[in-house]
Design a protein around this ligand. Structure first.
Ligand SMILES: Cc1cc2nc3c(=O)[nH]c(=O)nc-3n(C[C@H](O)[C@H](O)[C@H](O)COP(=O)(O)O)c2cc1C
Length: 346
């Protein structure tokens, strides 16, 4: 097994070991309250969760975000995640396909996702240094409906063997010009700052996945892999999911906004949509359920999320996802102030 493959297995085991059940404080979604609608005039059965992700219809506005692939262990996880996505009709992203672009032996751990779910909405994932031709190969490998391109400065700088040069913009534009599907720029857990959002809104990308802080934390994961674990002090680096959502649509209104980072409950999903997300990515918590329990429990949990999201929508007086995106909310004064400060950054 090469270093990249070994690293992927380590990421899965460290993410599982560091998993925190409660995330609403860390994401600052605890400081967001949806305003109830006391006489909603809605029938629960009439609530419609369907939406589009990457232009394709899905049964719910949340999806399984990028995690695994590259080794036989993570190929098995991809197979199970893809089965859960198929059985529930939600979208799914694979983990970074970079390893499969270098080694044909790693490809089945990704192609299994399309094999299991031929008609599903599947997103590919590559790093921002991937060449445009290789990015198209990553799309072709799984017949992806969209391509996530991850940007992860904090992860690379904490990773013992990580990159140290970060010149991505030109290559990202070249990727968008080469690939045949929409491109989504994605952080992995430290959020996307206002200046980057301004830049992204001028590039030919379709969307941004905020990958906010509060859930899986690649600074603490990579720090565990460092010989002296000397970077734990940086663990609160970045913008939380709630902070990031409050600025994203205001700055980059032309992009689709994906909220990822510490989403653990149906109420988290509803709050993200009300704060302006178009869809919501869930990674660590679905992986945790699959590993600690089994595929059946993951499928049941996804169906439970859907049912609960409908109930929350009735509580808010919303029949559709578009209505939920306009639902009123209250913010703690501290969170509101953070958002106002962030919006002054150009
Ligand atoms: C085990 C594991 C592996 C991951 N691998 C990738 C990856 O290959 N590419 C990527 O863009 N994000 C990757 N992520 C990041 C997730 O897609 C997500 O942005 C992040 O975990 C925050 O969401 P969460 O709090 O729901 O886990 C990975 C996450 C986990 C838990």
């Amino acid at each position: 097994m090469n270093q990249q493959e070994h690293r992927k297995n380590e990421h899965v085991s460290l993410a599982t070991k560091q998993f925190q059940e409660e995330t609403a404080t860390a994401t600052r979604l605890a400081e967001v309250r949806l305003v109830p609608h006391t006489m909603p005039e809605i029938n629960l059965d009439a609530v419609d969760l369907t939406t589009t992700i990457a232009g394709q219809k899905t049964t719910a506005p949340f999806f399984i975000n990028a995690m695994t692939g590259g080794t036989s262990e993570t190929g098995k996880l991809n197979q199970q995640l893809a089965t859960a996505a198929k059985e529930t009709g939600i979208a799914m992203a694979t983990g970074s396909e970079s390893v499969a672009l270098r080694s044909a032996a790693a490809q089945p751990s990704f192609t299994i996702v399309r094999q299991v779910n031929p008609a599903g909405v599947v997103l590919g994932n590559v790093s921002a240094t991937t060449s445009p031709n290789a990015a198209q190969k990553a799309v072709d490998l799984i017949n992806a409906n969209a391509l996530e391109v991850h940007v992860n400065v904090a992860q690379e700088l904490t990773m013992p063997e990580g990159e140290t040069a970060f010149h991505w913009q030109e290559n990202i534009v070249a990727i968008t010009q080469r690939v045949t599907v929409p491109v989504i720029i994605k952080e992995v857990g430290q959020g996307v700052d206002p200046r980057t959002l301004h830049t992204l809104s001028t590039l030919p990308v379709a969307g941004v996945d905020l990958g906010g802080r509060g859930g899986t934390n690649f600074i603490t994961i990579e720090n565990e892999r460092r010989p002296h674990q000397d970077m734990a002090y940086l663990k609160e680096w970045g913008l939380t999911t709630a902070e990031n959502l409050l600025i994203a649509k205001k700055i980059a209104s032309n992009l689709t906004i994906t909220a990822t980072g510490g989403i653990h409950t149906p109420l988290d999903v509803a709050k993200c949509l009300a704060l302006g997300a178009d869809n919501v990515g869930i990674a660590g918590s679905f992986l945790h359920i699959l590993i600690k329990h089994d595929l059946t429990t993951l499928v049941q949990t996804i169906e439970w999320f859907k049912d609960q999201l409908k109930r929350i929508m009735v509580l808010c007086g919303c029949k559709t996802i578009a209505e939920l995106q306009r639902a009123p909310y209250l913010l703690s004064p501290a969170l509101q102030q953070t958002a106002e400060q962030l919006l002054t950054i150009k």
